[in-house]
Ligand binder design. Structure first.
Ligand code: ZN
Length: 194
């Protein structure tokens, strides 16, 4: 029998289908949540990110650290790159970034460097969060650019439950799960290395 790579524990959560008519914080966070579900299905820590400007979605991304073996492949970093490419400008003025968990030191720094207008995160992170949780880079006194911040409260319970369930099931899961449906199979990696 061919030993395949370990499969993620089956995701017990459904994607959300928010009304397209009301483009509020809950709408964009729901899309970030759906990205987090996609991350789970690829055995990545379920964190998702969306960037919008004027109601238009510029970027949708989730964490791909495991599949790309890249420690910088956090959802926010990938979304910032996508949004800059979409705008043809690294300055993401007037853009809002939605992410399901508070940005880490790297991503918090990147949100400042990209001159986003606003960051809205669902779950505060008292350990590694650098937009209010553990510390707040947005409060650096000599930095010219400051973000508007919505810290928690938008789909917070849903995003927290998703993260906690992922880690709980990962701890409980055997090394290889017996079944995986084709649509849940991970995408082919660019270089599998062997
Ligand atoms: Zn990060």
């Amino acid at each position: 029998m061919v030993q395949s790579a370990p499969e993620p524990p089956p995701c017990p959560f459904e994607k959300r289908f928010p009304s397209q008519l009301v483009r509020d914080d809950a709408f964009f966070m729901a899309l970030a949540y759906n990205q987090a579900i996609d991350a789970w299905r690829r055995d990545e820590v379920p964190i998702g990110c969306v960037i919008e400007r004027g109601g238009e979605i510029l970027a949708l991304a989730h964490n791909t650290v495991e599949s790309t073996r890249d420690p910088t492949a956090h959802a926010e970093m990938l979304a910032l790159t996508q949004a800059a490419a979409a705008l043809g400008d690294w300055r993401l003025e007037d853009c809002t970034l939605y992410v399901t968990k508070e940005p880490c030191p790297m991503c918090s720094g990147a949100t400042l460097m990209s001159r986003l207008k606003r960051v809205c995160y669902a779950v505060p992170d008292p350990k590694m969060g650098c937009l209010g949780g553990a510390t707040n880079l947005n409060d650096l006194a000599r930095v010219n650019h400051h973000l508007e911040l919505t810290a928690g409260g938008v789909l917070e319970d849903e995003c927290r439950t998703l993260l906690q369930a992922f880690f709980r099931l990962k701890r409980a899961a055997p090394a290889t799960a017996p079944e995986a449906t084709p649509e849940d199979a991970p995408p082919p990696s660019p270089r599998s290395g062997g």
